[in-house]
Design a protein around this ligand. Sequence first.
Ligand code: PLP
Length: 445
Amino acid sequence: MNTRDTLKINAAGRLQIGGADAVELAKKFGTPLYVFDEKHIRDMMRVYRNAISRLYGGNGLVLYASKAFSCKAVYAIAKSENIGVDVVSGGELYTALQAGFPADKIYMHGNNKLEYELEFAVKSGVGVIVVDSFREAEILDNLAAAAGIKQRVIARINPGVEAHTHAYVQTARTDSKFGFSIADGSAEEITRHLLGLKNLDFKGYHCHIGSQIFEKQSFVIAAGKLMDFICEIKQKLGYEAEILNLGGGFGVWYNDEDPKLQLEDYYGYMQCVIDEIKDKAEKYALKQPFLVIEPGRSIVGEAGITLYTVGAIKDIPGVRKYVAIDGGMFENPRYALYQSKYTVIVADRADAECTQKVSIAGKCCESGDLIAVDVPLPEVNSGDILAVLTTGAYNYSMASNYNRNFIPPAVLVNEGKAEYIIKPQNYEDLTRNDVIPDRLVKNDR
Ligand SMILES: *Cc1c(COP(=O)(O)O)cnc(C)c1O
C-alpha cells in the first residue's frame, strides 16, 4: 500500500481510499474514475507551508504547481490552505481565477508564453511572471506599460544541476529549452536587461531542476548555486535579488523501487534547503531571500488512484498475459510517454496474494497503449475492479479524448464521502466544436 493512511484494506478485504470503499465508488460513479483523497492533498500542502513558517520565519510562499492536476476544486483547496499556485498557461490561469483564487498569489511559468496569455496575466494582476526569454521581457514591458502597471517578474535560471531520481549531475552547459544559464553568462545578461526595463519590477530568480527527485543533495546544490549567483550579481551590479524560487520536483512512491516518504521526510527536504540558504546568506552577508517552492507531484500524486473495470483477458502462453481495462493512454499516457511504473491492485481482493505477472492494456487502437507491463497481480477476472495507485499527478492533466474516448470524471473523497470535482463527459461534449461546412453537406447525396 502507499505511503500514509490514504489507502487501507477494509474488513471486507477491499481497497479503501480516504475512508471510502473503492469498489463502492466504482459502482456508484462508474469506471474509469479518478479518485482523490482530500486529506492527503491538504496534509502535503501543510507540510511545506509549516516548514517555511517554522524554519524560515514565514518568509516565503508555497506554490502548488497546478500542472500536476488542474481543476477548480484543487485551486479552491489551495486557497483554503492559504498557499499560492503556479500556472503554465492561460487555461490554468483561467481555471484558477474561476475558482476565486487570488491573482496576486499566482506565479506564471512557461518557456514560450503566448502574447494573449501574457496579456491575460498582466491584466488579471498575476503576482509574479517568470521570464524565460529576452523576447518575453520585451513583450511584458510593453504590456505592463499599456496596462499602466509595474509587473513583478523573476527570471528562470539554469544553475547547471540536473537531478535524476536517485542522483544528480552538475553540468557546465545545460541543454534545455528553459531558462538562462549561469555558466554561459546569459543569466547575468537577462539580469542587466530586466533591471533596465521601466515597466517591470525585477524581483529575483527561479530554478527548477527536475522532477521525481529523492536525492536531497540535488536541491541543496541548486539552492547553493543560486545563492552564489545572487552574491555574484550583487557584487557586480549592486542588485540584490529578493525572491528565490527553487521550483518543485520532490519524488513520490509509485512502486516498490521508490522510497515511501513520510510527511517528516518532505519536511526534511525543506530543512536542508533552508539550512543551505541561511548558511550562504550569512557567509555572503545577504538578506535571507523570500523563499518560494513549487511542489506539484508530491502534493497530488499519492493522493490519487484510478479505478477501472477489467474487460477482456488475453493469455498468450509463454509470452504475456494482457488484462484489458476500460481506460488507457487517453486518461493515463505516462507509460506510453515515459514507461512509468505503477502499482496495480485488485480492489475487490486487495489483500489477495499475487500469483502472476500481467500487463494492463488500455482500450485505444495502439499497441503501445499500456498502463503497466509485467506487474504482479492476484487472480483476476473480467468484471473485477482494478486500482492503479499514485495517479493523482500528471494523469488527468495529461488526458485527451484520443479515439474519442471520454476523459474520466474525478471525485474527491473526504472522510469517506465522495463528490464529483470533474463531471463525466458525454458524446455531445466530444462533438461540440465539430463543424461540417455546408459545402460538404450539399455534396452528400
Ligand atoms: C513541473 C514544474 C513544477 C512541479 O514539479 P513537480 O515535480 O511536479 O513537483 C514546479 N515548477 C516548475 C517551473 C515546473 O515546470
